[in-house]
Design a protein around this ligand. Structure first.
Ligand code: MIC
Ligand code: SF4
Length: 656
């Protein structure tokens, strides 16, 4: 039987377990990446393991999330991460050099290799044929130390692409269409492999847009084959030695196949407040929606490919008087090429506001919309409140749709651009041909903002530097044989880690300060949660399906741990968050019968006895207020059980 791309890479990297769907497997990790909002914790955790060096082929620490630096906090984190990178032998990408996923794709990615990153959009590198996964900081720390990364052997779904995209329809529309079909839960437990004759019509940055937003499907990762197009991209980055051909065998077997005909695809848009709330732009246009702001950038759509198309649309045009347009280029390479090409001047001339090469508005670091404002963004997440404005309405769309919204001040189908442009100050243009952007033969390469690791000898006496914003890690409590706690919070389905531990400019600077961060936990759902959890001492959270989707931030587990949460009971968990809970020593329980979710209310007392025995069998019984019995389950692998029993992954690793 033939193999899929995923199976081929896993086969080369497996160090533990058997590659049978549903089994836990341990894989060797070739590369790691961190960003600063999760990196501080990851390096504190790595430091506490007592190793003198990273053991991977390559590890990179990026600074891209927290770059506002209002106050000393971000700068303290940057300094700590830089000092940790210097001491432990990592590459360090300075603030301003770009968004981790964009820079990694350009300068470090390699087909056939494994990568984990403390950021859920690490699968961006799947666009070049890497098996790249998002993980919690602690899992990244363990991988940096040479330990395997554990996943459940995924199912493998194929998205079969045929045809070719029409003008003004782009890669973003492909992934929005896949999200429409599969929903934010559709990829859980699976790797999404792209194949079919349509693949060869897509450039590497377009493929990376698609794999990037596969994170929103809940998928373990997404991956494209590595072919001549990949080779040309790597050659243009002067990294041809990283190329290897990689494709699925003809007779590879998939658990599911989804067909997407690129010829038939239209511009798509995700409506508030979920990335799978997708409709055709041509349909939404009928609602005549006024737009207040447009943001172009983020790790999904900030490549030179995206920005040159935006520049072609905006050339000689004006941004609507009622719209504020921001552009955040994905990297310094993108920005310098945009400027050399003249696209920078075209965009600036239209009236855009250039922001730095960083995550920026995507993570609520500035540029929040006005009260109740409508924002069209080329980003990947539109969860409620993430923009920094609680009642803002955020739509996710392609750079083409975003540029059209910026010019017309309304959500309009970008395919209408050619007939309507030129009205402002230029003659009618042949826009479709101006927009056929080719990947250049050579990308501008200037890596001096990436500091290279020193040989071990030269870094032996270096120390990490910890400013006052860097606080210690919370410690997990050991589980006894009885767990008796009150329900500190009950929430519904699809709770994201942005609900659990919000980001944004006010809070993000405290990612290395768990006590300070804790007062904002679940702020979007219930402003009294943090106080209540603290006063209860020990607590339980009850949630619905797909609990913990979205970001990889382990803070969504570490902060509840700090607030005394001992267990979370849900209908189901998102992959990375479940792993983060286990790593923090918090028990992730699921209702055996989903209807029992209704039986539990806020402040009910839940008593679970025989915890230790139940950990072995996976079957737990909870008693609500001493009366109603509910059946709960927690199927742990042997390794996961030992982590819970040890009081979290750090203690488990320490004991080894
Ligand atoms: C995000 O897009 O939500 C983030 C910020 O990049 C997160 C990481 C974090 O919370 O630091 C992610 O996606 O993992
Ligand atoms: Fe940064 Fe946004 Fe990408 Fe997260 S999704 S890595 S915040 S650009």
């Amino acid at each position: 039987m033939g193999l899929t791309i995923t199976e081929k890479i896993l086969k080369e990297h497996i160090v533990e377990g058997e590659m049978k769907s549903g089994n836990e497997i341990g894989i060797k990790i070739d590369q790691t990446l961190t960003q600063d909002a999760t990196g501080t914790m990851a390096y504190l955790e790595f430091e506490s393991m007592g190793l003198d060096s990273v053991k991977t082929e390559l590890s990179v620490a990026y600074i891209d999330h927290n770059t506002l630096q209002s106050g000393f906090m971000n700068a303290d984190d940057h300094q700590f991460i830089q000092s940790a990178a210097a001491k432990f032998g990592l590459y360090f990408s300075k603030p301003g050099n770009g968004i981790c996923h964009q820079v990694h794709l350009e300068r470090f990615s390699a087909p056939g290799k494994t990568l984990i990153g403390s950021d859920s959009h690490t699968p961006t590198a799947g666009g070049i044929g890497m098996l790249a996964m998002g993980a919690g900081g602690l899992d990244v720390a363990v991988a940096m130390g040479g330990g395997p990364y554990y996943i459940t052997m995924p199912k493998i779904y194929k998205v079969n692409l045929t045809g070719k995209l029409s003008p003004f329809v782009s890669a973003k529309d492909v992934i929005l269409e896949v999200l429409r079909i599969m929903t934010v839960k559709g990829g859980v437990g699976a790797v999404i492999e792209y194949g079919g004759s349509g693949v060869k019509t897509l450039s590497v940055p377009e493929r990376a847009t698609i794999t990037n937003m596969g994170a929103e499907l809940g998928a373990t990762t997404s991956i494209f084959p590595s072919d001549e197009i990949t080779k040309d991209f790597l050659t243009a980055q002067n990294r041809q030695e990283s190329y290897r051909e990689l494709s699925a065998d003809e007779d590879a077997v998939y658990n599911k196949v989804i067909d997407v005909d690129l010829n038939l695809l239209e511009p798509m848009i995700a409506c508030p407040h979920s990335p799978d709330n997708v409709v055709k732009v041509s349909e939404l246009e009928k609602k005549n929606i006024d737009v207040d702001q447009v943001c172009i950038g983020s790790c999904t759509n900030s490549s030179i490919f995206d920005l040159l198309k935006v520049a072609a649309i905006l050339k000689g045009e004006r941004v609507s008087d009622n719209v504020s347009l921001s552009i955040s280029p994905g990297s310094r390479q993108v920005l310098s090429m945009l400027s050399d090409d003249g696209g920078f001047t075209d965009i600036l001339g239209a009236g855009a506001r250039f922001l730095e090469c960083a995550c920026g508005p995507c993570i609520g670091m500035g540029f929040s919309p006005k009260s109740g404002g409508v924002s069209v963004r080329t980003f990947n997440r539109n969860f409620e409140g993430r923009s920094g404005t609680k009642d803002a309405k955020v739509y996710l769309a392609s750079p083409e749709t975003a540029a059209a919204a910026a010019i017309f001040g309304k959500i309009v189908d970008p395919r209408k651009l050619p007939e309507n442009l030129g009205s402002q100050n230029t003659d009618k243009r042949d826009l479709a041909s101006e927009m056929s952007v080719e990947i250049p033969n050579e990308f501008t390469q200037d890596d001096h903002m990436i500091i290279k690791p020193l040989p071990l000898e030269e870094r032996k006496n270096l120390e990490t530097i910890k400013g006052p914003n860097i606080k210690g890690l919370p410690e997990a409590k050991l589980l006894g044989n009885t767990l008796k706690s009150k329900v500190a919070l009950k929430v519904g389905d699809n709770i994201t880690t942005d609900h659990i531990m919000p980001a944004g400019s006010k809070i993000l600077p405290y990612r290395s300060n768990i006590p300070h961060l804790s007062q904002y936990c679940f702020e979007v759902c219930d402003t009294e949660f943090a106080e209540r959890a603290k006063s209860l001492g020990d607590g339980i959270i009850v949630g619905g399906a797909n609990y913990g989707q979205g970001s990889s931030r382990e803070h969504a587990a570490l902060v509840p741990l700090y607030l005394g949460i001992r267990a979370v009971i849900t209908k189901s968990f998102a992959r990375i968050h479940r792993a983060n809970l286990i790593n923090a020593g918090i028990l992730p329980l699921e209702f055996v019968d989903e209807k029992d979710y209704e039986k539990v209310n806020m402040l009910d007392e839940i008593e679970i006895s025989n915890v230790q025995e139940s950990l072995e069998s996976g079957c737990f019984v909870g008693l609500i207020n001493g009366r109603d019995k509910i059946k709960l389950k927690c199927i742990l692998s042997g390794r996961e059980r030992s982590i819970i029993q040890a009081g979290g992954l750090l203690k488990f690793v320490g004991s080894k």
